[in-house]
Design a protein around this ligand. Structure first.
Ligand SMILES: C[S@@+](CC[C@H](N)C(=O)[O-])C[C@H]1O[C@@H](n2cnc3c(N)ncnc32)[C@H](O)[C@@H]1O
Length: 198
């Protein structure tokens, strides 16, 4: 993320949006994550991780981000939780350092669109999910990334981006079944969904 995106992602406005809009939509799609061991990909400073614990009620969360500075800040921000409930690591979505079938759920708040080879990320998510495991996602599509404002102020990979239909098709193809369990917002700019590993 560039300076501007970091500023927005770490702002109180982002926190409010996560709590009031994004997490409730995912909860409507999936129900609570009670009893589940969850991997969060692209956790930044942990604002979303806190919601996975307190609002979605995951039993425990392992949260990763590519950016070491964000991971250090997330550790400080969530230092009141025990290491049984939450752990933070530097890690890459496209090369997850976890054994096969080791999580009940994976949650993605707007991180996969940062991965140049997002298809590899999907294969990795599928690999580390248990059979029947859940993949919950809130994603930003090619349509939004092509908006002049996004191009001017943010830095994203611009090749090999997905529309919401591309993302659903790839998930279904790789055995993360979405069916009709998704909602589209902003006329196709954003997608929220819940997939189940077959
Ligand atoms: C748009 S921010 C979203 C942050 C947070 N989930 C939220 O919703 O507020 C995307 C995050 O993904 C992280 N990220 C980008 N590429 C990644 C990768 N390959 N593996 C892990 N994290 C990555 C970035 O460092 C950034 O913190």
């Amino acid at each position: 993320m560039n300076f501007f995106e970091k500023l927005i992602m770490n702002s109180p406005i982002r926190k409010i949006f996560l709590r009031k809009v994004e997490a409730p939509i995912l909860k409507d799609l999936s129900g609570s994550l009670e009893g589940m061991r969850v991997l969060e990909i692209g956790c930044a400073r942990g604002h979303s991780t806190k919601l996975v614990l307190d609002f979605l009620k995951a039993s425990s969360v392992v949260a990763i981000d590519l950016d070491p500075d964000s991971i250090e800040k997330a550790k400080k921000n969530l230092s009141k939780y025990s290491s049984d409930r939450v752990q933070f690591h530097v890690g890459d979505i496209a090369n997850l350092q976890f054994p096969d079938e080791s999580f009940d759920a994976v949650i993605d708040f707007a991180a996969l669109h940062h991965v140049p080879d997002w298809q590899s990320g999907i294969l990795e998510i599928k690999r580390i999910l248990k059979p029947g495991g859940l993949f919950l996602f809130e994603e930003v599509t090619r349509q939004w990334l092509n908006w002049w404002f996004a191009k001017m102020f943010f830095v994203h990979p611009l090749e090999n981006r997905f529309s919401y239909l591309d993302l659903i098709a790839e998930l279904n193809l790789r055995g993360l079944e979405v069916k009709s369990n998704f909602v589209v917002r902003g006329k196709g700019d954003f997608i929220f969904g819940a997939a189940v590993k077959k």
